[in-house]
Design a protein around this ligand. Structure first.
Ligand SMILES: *Cc1c(COP(=O)(O)O)cnc(C)c1O
Length: 293
């Protein structure tokens, strides 16, 4: 398979068929011409390829979705205006009143408060499995398990293969927030996880100039999130932002290597300094999950 560094540059992006431009054009448009009424009807019905309206899909955003799907080894991906929009759209699509979502904490603070806020309003049971463990927290009502590969900001690890092994036989859908690892360090789908989510605002974008979120995984789950979560909640990514995130992602593998190198140096330093009480870095042999990392 082509190296991740090469795919980070080329995946999802082809020269523009009209001009030959190698950079993906910013398709700054809300709507699209359908040619004929029949073709428009077929596009709306999902029976013909083509774009109907930028809230659902846009060519620049599609390039970005294809790139992330490629890097994560996913069938499909759907982008959002922020990581939080990805979380809310996923949860509101895949859960109904009476369902249960089980998470292993600590989660990103915004995700945990979002789950708690929506849970109580919409009759979704939110279960924190951090203390009791995942297996003991599952019930027949469990529909979704949510974990982060590497938690923000405490750098606790969750083993995607162990999560998938518990969920698969029970028919429970698994979502991994892979924001902190990026597909350079972990690809949860290769370990049996159904859906991977990112705040592209962080490492994927990498330049601090845009917010974005994405969900990648099997088409059977990603497409309903596009039509329901994205279509009804409306947190679509703008084409300008998609362009910036696409450009940022080309250097992702190079940046992740530099991030890890820098983090290792910073993590090694406090061990020599008496004012530091604790260092949380999975790359250190003293970290309790170093072997898993
Ligand atoms: C930042 C972050 C989010 C939320 O993403 P936004 O783009 O800020 O909405 C979700 N999960 C993790 C792990 C994050 O770091």
């Amino acid at each position: 398979m082509t190296h991740l560094r090469t795919r980070a540059v080329h995946a999802g992006q082809k020269p523009d068929p009209v001009s030959g431009a190698i950079a993906t054009p910013i398709n700054q448009t809300s709507a699209f011409a359908y040619g004929t009424l029949d073709n428009g009807a077929a596009i709306f019905a999902g029976e013909a390829d083509g774009y109907r309206y930028s809230r659902f899909a846009n060519p620049t955003v599609k390039s970005l979705e294809d790139k992330v799907a490629d890097l994560e080894g996913a069938e499909a991906a759907v982008a959002f205006s922020s990581g939080t929009a990805a979380v809310s759209s996923t949860v509101l699509t895949l859960l109904a009143p009476g369902d249960e979502i089980v998470f292993l904490g600590p989660l990103y603070g915004g995700t945990e408060s979002l789950l708690n806020a929506f849970g109580s309003r919409f009759g979704i049971h939110v279960v924190d499995a951090t203390e009791r463990g995942l297996k003991a927290s599952l019930s027949p009502a469990t529909r979704l398990i949510w974990v982060e590969t590497l938690t923000n900001p405490t750098l606790h690890l969750h083993d995607p293969a162990a999560v998938a092994a518990l969920a698969r036989p029970r028919g429970i859908t698994t979502v991994v927030d892979n924001t902190f690892c990026s597909p350079c360090l972990t690809r949860p789908i290769e370990h049996g996880i159904d859906l991977v989510m990112h705040s592209m605002t962080k490492y994927l974008g990498g330049h601090g100039d845009s917010t974005g979120g994405i969900l990648a995984g099997v088409k059977r789950l990603v497409e309903p999130v596009r039509t329901t979560g994205l279509g009804h909640v409306g947190g679509n990514l703008a084409p300008q932002e998609a362009f910036l995130l696409l450009r940022g992602m080309k250097t992702l593998p190079l940046r992740m290597a530099a991030h890890c190198e820098g983090a290792a140096e910073v993590a090694a330093f406090p061990a020599m300094h008496p004012a530091v009480i604790a260092t949380h870095y999975p790359g250190l042999p003293s970290h309790p999950q170093h072997a898993l990392a």
